[in-house]
Design a protein around this ligand. Structure first.
Ligand SMILES: NC(=O)C1=CN([C@@H]2O[C@H](COP(=O)(O)OP(=O)(O)OC[C@H]3O[C@@H](n4cnc5c(N)ncnc54)[C@H](OP(=O)(O)O)[C@@H]3O)[C@@H](O)[C@H]2O)C=CC1
Ligand SMILES: CC(=O)C(=O)O
Ligand SMILES: [Mg+2]
Length: 756
């Protein structure tokens, strides 16, 4: 079983993430141009009056003329924040922003968080009720029981959009999916299981309800809370929702209830379950310890006493993550797409069954590879899909939308379900996905990465973050006393890191000899090589990689790219017959573009441009994109013959002769490359079948300027420069790189050291 080896993130890192740049995790961006006076006249007064009047006449047109149909409000009063209790409305905001970004990331739903500062049920209901028309749906979050039951019920009656309490139904759907499969794997019929649900709050009651809908007899469920068993006749700490699960029994404690049971579902608090209780359960017990952030009992504690158990938690660092993140984004995606008036039982059951069925399917290679080290094969350690499975966005919303149509709550039924599934596929950005999968693959195969500029504070922080993220062992080059001083200044004096001081390293002689063998016919004496090994940390770091003492290296914040590159190249060669070049990956919501060569060749000739195109196309494929390569210029297809466009035309001829297996064309200007309608209208002969996603620049001036302008001025995410084509993995960041940039570069270098 995979176990969490360390605390994956430190408190400091979590605070830094939330406070860095624009504080928080969300921003709102316009979808229409607002540049000219005409834009303003259309989007605002007078143009805006027209849709207002249409909506007043026919409210359903709000879905056509406003963003309503894709917005879900994530609303809380902070009375049950995760398992942390009543922290109040404001303190719940990080979780609500978090849920909003998960909506966006996993299902392209625009989530917006609202923290309502009242514990009064009537006030809360009134507030949400009157805000309701603004949204396509309402996701209630972290509201304590029993208030959450009353709030949800009343809002469902008052509003004609889906109102869904995530902690109830999101959790119940995922737990039900896990239960279906755990029963299947242990050979149980869901109708026969004896179950204890510990926690009689929002999540516990809703899970028990959905389990009964799925076939578990009500009398087979024993509900427990802080007062023990919820039995018939109990009066202490009761409410009508608990009463509906009160059973006739002599048992009074969790310990008594659990003895002999098949299933334990914990939705209570850390440590509520003990190893003794686990021992007393039936053969092949099913244990869902779902309290967040710490479960009722850890998988290690369970396995120590019962190796035959199937265990799930709410955490991402153990197998079998039963967490509502697998549910709410996709439930709402499906519901919004058919303009559902509600999310009903049929839609929940459809989602649970779709999740359960997906876990039984063969896992795609890229997901499997990313989680290697874990067994992603249907069985005791894989009863539920993993959150980064790209099939979820297609499978679950489609099942939910279909159920909505079948039960008559879809205001806009989908006619072409296959077309709908295709459109779902395109909602996610494959690069964000593939980057995540790359990082997961490194976590599953941790690597030793040398951080050459080991005395720099940013580097030390990145090294700590690299290790904390589970990517492997960071190795710092520098003087131990200086690094320790830095650590102390950072409040991390007790922390130990592997440090190599080049000057006094045991490997010094071996590295000098190796370097001398490479450089003796390039004018260097042994003593020159010794000096380089002693004094130059990039050379030393590269030697560690070249000599197999580390898997990869990262550098760049103290030297310009050119200097760092030259130092590394003294030690590491290019791959045979491949050019070394720099690549930036620019990600925006609707497209991902790879730009090359942004760092190495100042005036590439035709051959080099063709080689760069081939290398960049291969990288695009590795990142999940089918490459469409454009060789860029100021000129389109011979429009302005000029010596500067000759290498581009030559490159096209070379690619023609080499019969490469990807689409390419040029020379063309950037607007033509990126605007497919313009391309087809003006240059219908162009061989690209869509807008270009790999841009090969004619020279370093334009490439480097483009990458930096986009990074500074455009609203997207830039990854890079990635150094492509070296025989051993090394990455050079820019001098202004952040700690996060360094960690990403180190992880990408680590990934390059893995066999493909
Ligand atoms: N994995 C996932 O996806 C999810 C996990 N959860 C987790 O479930 C837990 C409960 O959340 P939620 O239902 O929203 O909260 P609520 O406040 O609505 O309910 C909490 C319930 O847990 C009971 N409880 C608390 N401590 C214990 C204990 N030591 N032993 C037995 N019962 C206990 C309370 O008992 P009483 O009624 O007597 O006060 C109450 O019934 C949290 O830890 C939360 O993180 C929630 C949603 C999703
Ligand atoms: C996951 C979640 O929603 C919770 O723990 O409250
Ligand atoms: Mg919650």
């Amino acid at each position: 079983m995979t176990e969490p080896d360390t605390k994956r993130v430190t408190d400091e890192e979590a605070l830094l993430l939330h406070s860095s740049g624009r504080p928080g995790k969300l921003e709102i961006s316009p979808t229409k141009p607002l540049t000219t006076q005409r834009d303003l006249s259309l989007a605002y007064s007078p143009g805006v009056a027209v849709p207002c009047l249409r909506i007043a006449e026919d409210p359903s047109t709000a879905y056509d003329y406003t963003a309503k149909g894709n917005i879900v409000a994530v609303i809380s009063n902070g009375t049950a924040v995760l398992g942390l209790g009543d922290l109040g409305a404001l303190a719940s905001k990080p979780v609500m922003e978090g849920k909003a970004v998960l909506f966006k990331r996993f299902a392209d739903v625009d989530g917006i968080d609202l923290e309502v500062d009242t514990k009064n049920v009537d006030e809360f209901v009134n507030c949400v009720r009157f805000l309701g028309p603004s949204f396509g749906g309402i996701n209630l979050e972290d509201i304590k029981a029993p208030d959450c039951f009353i709030i949800e019920e009343r809002l469902r009656e008052l509003l004609d959009i889906p109102v869904f309490h995530d902690d109830q139904h999101g959790t119940a759907i995922i737990a039900a999916a896990g239960l279906i499969n755990a029963c299947d794997i242990t050979g149980r019929n869901i109708r026969d299981v004896k179950m204890v649900v510990n926690g009689a709050g929002a999540a516990g009651i809703a899970c028990a309800e959905l389990f009964t809908t799925m076939g578990v007899p009500r009398e087979n469920i024993t509900l427990c809370d802080t007062k023990g068993v919820v039995y018939r006749g109990r009066t202490d700490g009761m409410n009508q929702w608990k009463s509906s699960f009160a059973v006739e029994t002599d048992k009074r404690t969790l310990q008594e209830a659990v003895a002999g049971s098949d299933v334990f579902v914990g939705l209570s608090a850390k440590g509520a379950m003990t190893p003794e209780m686990v021992k007393s359960m039936a053969a092949k017990p099913i244990i869902f310890a779902l309290a967040n952030p710490d479960p009722e009992i850890t998988p290690e504690e369970v396995k120590a006493v019962r190796s035959d158990a199937i265990v799930a938690t709410g955490r991402s660092d153990y197998p079998n993550q039963v967490n509502n993140v697998l549910g709410f984004p996709y439930l709402f995606r499906g519901a919004l797409d058919v303009r559902a008036t509600t999310i009903n039982e049929a839609m929940k059951v459809a989602a649970a069954k779709a999740l359960a069925a997906l876990a039984r399917e063969d896992v795609p290679d890229e997901v499997d590879a990313a989680y290697s080290g874990r067994r992603l094969r249907y069985g005791p350690e894989y009863i539920i899909p993993v959150p980064f499975d790209p099939r979820l966005i297609v499978t679950v919303p489609a099942a939910v939308a279909q159920a909505a149509m079948e039960t008559g709550v879809a205001r806009k039924p989908i006619v072409d379900l296959a077309g709908y599934k295709n459109s779902l596929r395109t909602r996610l950005d494959p690069t964000a996905d593939s980057l995540q999968l790359i990082l997961e693959k490194v976590k599953a195969n941790p690597r030793r990465v040398v951080f050459a500029e080991g005395e720099e504070e940013r580097t030390i922080r990145a090294a700590l973050a690299y290790r904390a993220a589970g990517f492997g062992t960071p190795v710092l080059i520098g003087r131990e006393e200086v690094i320790k001083e830095q650590l102390a200044a950072m409040g991390q004096s007790g922390v130990s890191l592997e440090i190599h001081n080049a000057r006094i390293s045991d490997a010094n002689r071996r590295y000098s000899d190796y370097l001398y063998r490479r450089m003796q016919r390039k004018g260097a004496l042994l003593r020159d090589c010794q000096r380089m090994v002693n004094q130059d940390r990039n050379v030393f770091a590269a030697l560690m990689v070249a000599q197999g003492d580390a898997h990869a290296m990262v550098t760049g914040i103290t030297r310009t790219f050119g200097v760092a590159f030259e130092e590394i190249r003294r030690v590491i060669d290019a791959k045979a017959n491949e050019p070394v070049f720099g690549l930036h990956v620019f990600l925006t919501r609707n497209r991902t573009v790879l730009i090359a060569d942004t760092t190495v060749h100042v005036r590439p000739n035709g051959q080099t441009l063709a080689d760069i195109a081939i290398g960049a196309a291969a990288k695009a494929r590795q990142m999940g994109h089918e490459p469409r390569v454009a060789l860029l210029s100021f000129s389109n297809f011979g429009q302005h013959p000029h010596p500067n466009t000759d290498p581009l035309r030559e490159a096209i001829e070379i690619l023609d002769k080499r019969r490469v297996d990807f689409e390419y064309d040029g020379e063309m200007s950037a607007d033509v490359a990126l605007d497919y309608q313009l391309m087809k209208r003006v240059y219908p002969f162009c061989r690209l079948s869509g807008p270009a996603n790999v841009l090969i620049m004619p020279g370093l001036h334009s490439a480097n300027i483009t990458a930096k302008l986009l990074n500074k001025m455009a609203g997207g995410q830039m990854i890079g420069p990635l150094l492509i084509g070296l025989d051993k993995p090394a990455q050079i960041v820019t001098m202004g790189a952040s700690v996060n940039d360094l960690v990403t570069a180190a992880a990408l270098a680590a990934h390059d050291s893995l066999p493909w």
